[in-house]
Design a protein around this ligand. Structure first.
Ligand code: PLP
Length: 451
């Protein structure tokens, strides 16, 4: 693939360690080098066009050629290209972005801490849980409950809250301080004959038992994505979150909603919290906050928490936490412009208009011999791949089926994502119905090719 040592591909292989890549295999296959973008499409360096059915990494909500974001970045670069918000300094974009966020987040949330990535926002959420419990004189109430298949990032503590084996083995994670509870997929984890309502009862009972066994006085928070993304696009049963949250409230355990994928319209409402009836004490956002044009994330906390940590910082003389680039003015200006575009173009109404088409096309594939379940909400969805519908599993002979379907779709000019036994779609929010057809036609043809 990379016989010319001066080619970009050869230089890539010689110089880069790629995230989430089989590094040994990459030496043979080399990279796909993306060169430019236009709307929902990206073009590689040979000129081949791909419909980006994953919005990059579940993130590029406004597509790959939104001029207003480029202009917002340029304006801010020219005015003040960088500054920090430590020690009481501030910048107009960081103030305006915090205000704009607070206007749209669920009620009760009242202050914003900026960071640069989803992992950092979640790490920061955990640290706020710890600092807050010190502030209110409950220094033992620190452990955090994560869920099987939850994904919260890869920094040391976000990676520990993440509930995926691949992020733990060989990385010496999780470190202490994390408890784990169930994943709410009825299809994957329901017992034979168990109804969805019984399944939710069981999960709620398991959570209650875990809290009682470990001691509620040692547990500070519960973290969950409204819809698990990387863990399989798991859409929870309707009453799952209200029931879970009732247990948490009773034990005085904070709810952290990880909206890194779901935030800003993905599920058909502004936040996954709105779609699933979650009332978070802490919410984290990233990705679509800036349409992923620049790295920026935020941890949004309740007024009640903000009050206590402010008083505590006053008492000890400092709030000794913060990233150099937190609230970076250029990233903040781009994020602010992104939020303005969502409002002016009513992105939520657009998602509500086109999402039923994506969901209908996904559901139509449920009858396919290789599909066990088609699931999704808004503009995010998955096909659970099976080679044995009765046991809901992929037989060993068909291992690698997800990546195979993904590779075939890519040959057809469509980018989707795969796990060993599922494929995912999460297109830019600006996608049209015709583009949804192009995406789904390629996915269905890739399935029809069989194994
Ligand atoms: N939380 C969720 C739900 C995510 O999907 C991701 C990344 O995909 C993260 C957190 C971590 O974000 P980042 O990769 O920006 O650190």
């Amino acid at each position: 693939m990379a016989s010319n040592p001066n080619s970009l591909a050869a230089r890539d292989i010689a110089s880069l360690i790629h995230p989430y890549t089989n590094l040994e295999k990459h030496k043979e296959t080399g990279p796909t080098i993306m060169a430019r973008g236009d709307g929902v499409y990206v073009y590689d360096d040979s000129g081949k066009r791909y419909l980006e059915g994953m919005a990059g990494l579940w993130s590029t909500s406004l597509g790959f050629s939104e001029k207003r974001l480029v202009e917002a970045a340029t304006r801010q670069m020219e005015a003040l290209p960088t500054y920090h918000i430590f020690g009481g300094r501030s910048t107009e974009p960081s103030i305006e972005l915090a205000e704009a966020l607070l206007k749209i987040v669920p009620k009760g949330l009242g202050k914003v801490l900026f960071a640069n990535s989803g992992s950092e926002a979640n790490d920061q959420a955990a640290k706020i849980v710890w600092f807050y419990h010190n502030a209110i004189g409950k220094p033992l109430k620190k452990r955090i409950i994560g869920r099987v298949r939850g994904y919260h990032g890869i920094t040391v503590f976000a990676g520990s809250m993440t509930g995926q084996v691949a992020n733990h083995i060989e990385w010496d994670l999780p470190i202490g301080g994390v408890l784990r509870t169930d994943c709410p997929s009825h299809y994957l984890f329901g017992e034979p004959g168990e109804t969805e309502a019984q399944f939710v009862d069981r999960l709620v009972g398991n959570l209650e038992a875990l809290i009682e066994r470990e001691g509620p006085e040692t547990i500070g928070a519960f973290i969950a994505e409204p819809v698990n993304g990387a863990g399989g696009v798991i859409v929870p049963p309707k009453d799952y979150f209200p029931r879970i949250q009732e247990v948490l409230r009773r034990h005085d355990i904070l709810m952290i909603a990880d909206e890194v994928i779901c935030g800003f319209g993905r599920t058909g409402q502004m936040f996954g919290c709105d779609t699933f009836g979650i009332e978070p004490d802490i919410m984290t956002v990233a990705k679509a906050l800036s349409s992923a044009y620049l790295p920026i994330s935020a941890t949004v906390i309740s007024e009640a928490i903000a009050e206590k940590i402010t008083a505590h910082a006053g008492k000890i003389g400092n709030f000794a936490h913060g990233f150099t680039y937190a609230g970076h003015p250029v990233a903040a200006a781009v994020a602010l412009e992104t939020l303005r575009i969502y409002e002016e173009r009513d992105i939520i109404a657009h998602v509500q208009e086109v999402a039923p088409h994506l969901q209908a096309r996904l559901r139509a594939l449920a009858a396919h011999p290789l599909v066990g379940e088609a699931r999704g909400v808004g503009l995010i969805g998955a096909l659970q791949l099976v080679t044995d519908k009765a046991s809901r599993t992929v037989l060993p002979a068909a291992a690698g089926i997800g990546p195979l379907i993904q590779a075939r779709a890519m040959e057809r000019g469509v980018i989707i994502r795969a796990s060993p036994d599922a494929v995912f779609v999460c297109p830019p929010l600006i996608i049209t119905k015709a583009e949804i057809d192009e995406l789904m036609d390629a996915l269905s043809a890739a399935l029809d090719d069989g194994l």
